[in-house]
Design a protein around this ligand. Structure first.
Ligand SMILES: *[C@@H]1O[C@H](CO)[C@@H](O)[C@H](O)[C@H]1NC(C)=O
Ligand SMILES: *[C@@H]1O[C@H](CO)[C@@H](O)[C@H](O)[C@H]1NC(C)=O
Length: 269
């Protein structure tokens, strides 16, 4: 287990089927100071606990609308703030800062929930550089527009682009077979059934998952490419993008660990 020398605020970007969840899990296991912050989980928890944000998000979803980006941003900010990783209190510098203090936004209040724009925060929040304030942000941002909004609030310092050729992902999907009654999964490359097309235990016929057909996957991959390209470009311009290639998770992980350690354990920029 490795100790970090500074805070890592990272995002993993990868096509469906590339093993993003696997890489995140492995990072979390190897670097115990890293936490997972998932916008989806935050949303679910806030709705479940009926926080002011959760109530608002729930009524938005019930009306059939998407939860707006600004609300997701608030959920993330609120979470970081309650962990003590982010501060919105201005530093007490001069006497004249009292007006700034009056403008300080309280993330827990209803006015924060309903205020129109986070860009109107009088004082940009300050993030902690303590290594324990390290996290992988999952689920947000997905678009360049969302990344732009996030920049003003939380400075992400590493964006990892996980790259596996689409043909390799499609091949893997094509080789995936399931035994529907038990949920047993086979793939012809790594874990082939003993008798082709048959479940090892019952001998019953294997089938494809409904959403595993090639056409569906090609569409998903194209969609990902379209939205991720501007997102990655955005972070490339900020100088925080790093790309890693591999045909499997096991091929990618060691490269990812090495780079992560170079940046956040050894403290080299
Ligand atoms: C193949 O199946 C095994 C067992 O279910 C799984 O661990 C592995 O990740 C699968 N590999 C691919 C490439 O889908
Ligand atoms: C990864 O897959 C591509 C496409 O099938 C292949 O050309 C390449 O050699 C593979 N790379 C490795 C390291 O196996």
């Amino acid at each position: 287990m490795k100790q970090l020398s500074k805070a890592a605020r990272i995002i993993l970007v990868g096509a469906p089927g590339v093993g993003k969840g696997t890489q995140a899990e492995r990072l979390l296991q190897r670097f115990p100071q890293l936490s997972a912050i998932s916008s989806g989980d935050l949303l679910r928890d806030n709705v479940k606990n009926q926080t002011p944000l959760g109530i608002k998000a729930e009524s938005t979803m019930k009306s059939g609308s998407l939860v707006p980006d600004a609300m997701i941003l608030r959920l993330i900010l609120h979470e970081l703030k309650s962990r003590g990783w982010l501060s919105t209190t201005p530093q007490p510098l001069t006497l004249s800062s009292s007006s700034a203090i009056a403008q300080e936004h309280d993330f827990d209040s209803d006015s924060f929930v309903t205020s129109p724009s986070l860009a109107e925060l009088a004082i940009p929040p300050r993030t902690s550089n303590d290594p324990s304030a390290s996290f992988i942000l999952d689920g947000f941002p997905r678009t360049a527009g969302q990344a732009y909004q996030l920049d003003n609030l939380i400075p992400i310092n590493l964006v990892v682009s996980l790259r596996t050729p689409f043909e390799v992902i499609l091949e893997r999907i094509a080789g995936r077979w399931v035994h529907a009654p038990s949920g047993r999964v086979y793939n012809t490359t790594f874990n082939a059934p003993k008798v082709p097309g048959r479940d090892d235990i019952t001998g019953e016929k294997l089938t494809k998952r409904a959403d595993d057909d090639e056409e569906t996957w090609v569409k998903r991959l194209r969609k990902f490419e379209e939205t991720s390209e501007p997102l990655l470009e955005h972070y490339a311009k900020k100088g925080v993008l790093w790309e890693v290639q591999g045909n499997s998770s096991d091929e990618i992980s060691p490269k990812l660990f090495e780079e992560f350690e170079r940046r956040f354990v050894d403290g080299v920029e």
